[in-house]
Write a protein that binds this ligand. Structure first.
Ligand code: GLN
Length: 477
């Protein structure tokens, strides 16, 4: 097996036993990037020589010593460009590192590069990057999903041992599903958001994208923990790999019937129901349950996330942050021109939507109402978790669309139906491969549990992964 197709867990073991050196590992990844990046376009910036230098220096015995990582380009790394795939930040160099990256670096990880994404995390295909498209490694004519599409594509194509994404409404889980890899949106507060460029602060988390469930638990263990620089972060509640290898006998798994209804493609419904049967065969009890407010989570998400975005993105005015227009007559025109030139279509759409929802006279009708819906969705989950240990659902209503296929924004938003609920409720959600459609494209499933139930989700995911065997087929590049 080539170095670049090894799991993170196997790579760590081989490095620890000194069967491989960090230099060999990093060199293999750089060679692989050289070989396939022209087809994929996963990265915005690459480290190259820098990564080799780091690998040469790498001697200590640290948990992730010598592991090459790709990082979504909305996460700050000191002295590196951080663009958010936006013209606005094209030349921005981060003055400090995000806590999540600092923790990985301290654990021995080596940066390979920063990955492509939808501008400021707004989108589901990575087509809203101001720079270039990213191609799905399973079919180069299709999108990798988004917004962490570069990170998911890099992991699927063997261009990184694992990657960091961020998830405001599905941006880790959805590209993971489309690229046939594993993605976790942790419980709100699990990973510090310090150094993550804010899109919608009350919803988002940084999380790992990996090849296997065990790899994901390992990466999250290193990133998680309380950070005095993020007041919403909480103390590490326990070892994320603790329950790996335990069976699923006696666990109760809920199938929310609203999430398996008309909107989902038949092959995805079938694959998810097959996975449910597999869990039953392993000894779990699968029960159908009803979550009546699920559908209302989507409009609530688009109001809340756009409202927060309109406020968070106010800092990009050409003065405090962001590139400034070259010509302007006065201060107002400077703001207007800088923002007009710096932001893409989708970002402008969200800012307008958010500003409208927050404006005097409409606040009660939209923003306040969305917050009330948020409370109802949280209650629905709470109620569900009195009956079951976790919920099983699709991640996306369809497999990866063709590049350019999703032209209508509202149609695109509807694809987030199954993922936004976990962000609205702040609960953890794991996306993992469970099959392929007749075109050979990966299908993902989602496991959601109560706050801080990551170890349980990893346990169920790990058991399922072992029972299903390899489901997504090789990437041929
Ligand atoms: N697709 C969703 C959106 O466009 C989610 C994005 C995200 O999680 N960053 O808002």
């Amino acid at each position: 097996m080539s170095i670049t197709s090894m799991t993170l867990t196997a790579l760590c073991d081989a490095l620890k036993r000194k069967e491989l050196t960090p230099l060999e590992v990093v060199r293999s990844y750089l060679d692989r990037i050289h070989q396939v990046e022209g087809h994929i376009g996963a990265y915005i910036s690459l480290e190259g020589e820098n990564a080799l230098l780091k690998a040469e220096e790498s001697m200590d015995r640290l948990p992730l010593q010598g592991i090459p990582v790709a990082v979504k380009d909305n996460i700050c790394i000191e002295n590196r460009r951080m663009t958010c795939a936006s013209r606005m930040l094209e030349h921005f160099v981060a003055p400090y590192s995000a806590t999540a990256w600092q923790r990985l670096e301290r654990a021995g990880c080596i940066l390979l590069g920063k990955t492509n994404m939808d501008e400021f995390g707004m989108g589901s295909t990575t087509e809203h990057s101001a720079f270039h498209e990213t191609h799905n490694p399973h079919d180069l004519t299709r999108v990798p999903g988004g917004s962490s599409g570069g990170s998911a594509a890099a992991v699927a194509a063997g261009e990184a041992a694992f990657a960091l994404g961020s998830d405001t409404g599905g941006s880790i889980r959805q590209p993971a599903a489309h690229c046939g890899v594993v993605g976790m949106k942790p419980t709100y507060g699990t990973v510090s958001r310090y150094g993550l460029t804010a899109f919608a602060s009350s919803l988002e988390q940084i999380g790992p994208i990996t090849r296997t469930v065990a790899d994901n638990a390992l990466a999250l263990s290193v990133m998680a923990g309380c950070d005095p620089r993020d007041g919403t972060s909480v103390a590490h509640p326990g070892h994320f790999s603790a329950q790996l290898g335990m069976d699923v006998k006696g666990l109760r798994i809920g199938l929310p019937k609203e999430m398996l209804a008309g909107d989902v493609a038949p092959e995805i419904r079938t694959a998810v129901l097959e996975a449910a049967k597999t869990l039953e065969a392993l000894g779990a009890a699968v029960v159908e349950i009803s979550m009546p407010t699920v559908k209302t989570a989507l409009p609530a998400y688009y109001i809340i996330s756009s409202a927060e975005a309109s406020s968070n993105l106010a800092r990009f005015d050409g003065v405090r942050y962001g590139s400034r227009a070259a010509d302007y007559a006065d201060l107002d025109e400077m703001y207007v021109k800088s923002r007009t030139e710096g932001f893409g279509e989708e970002v402008k759409r969200r800012i307008l939507l958010g500003t409208y929802a927050l404006s005097a006279g409409y606040y009660d009708a939209y923003y306040k109402r969305a917050l009330q819906v948020r409370t109802l969705v949280i209650r629905d989950f709470r109620q569900a978790f009195t009956q079951v240990d976790c919920l099983l659902s699709p991640v996306t209503p369809q497999t990866a669309p063709k590049l350019g296929e999703l032209a209508d924004p509202v149609q695109t938003y509807q694809g987030d139906l199954y993922t936004v609920t976990a962000n609205i409720a702040g609960i953890p959600a794991l996306s993992m491969p469970c099959g392929r459609d007749e075109k050979g494209l990966p299908i993902g499933l989602q496991l959601m549990g109560p706050a801080f139930s990551e170890p349980l989700l990893y346990r169920i995911g790990h058991a399922l992964e072992a029972a299903l065997g390899p489901v997504t087929g090789e990437v041929h590049l």
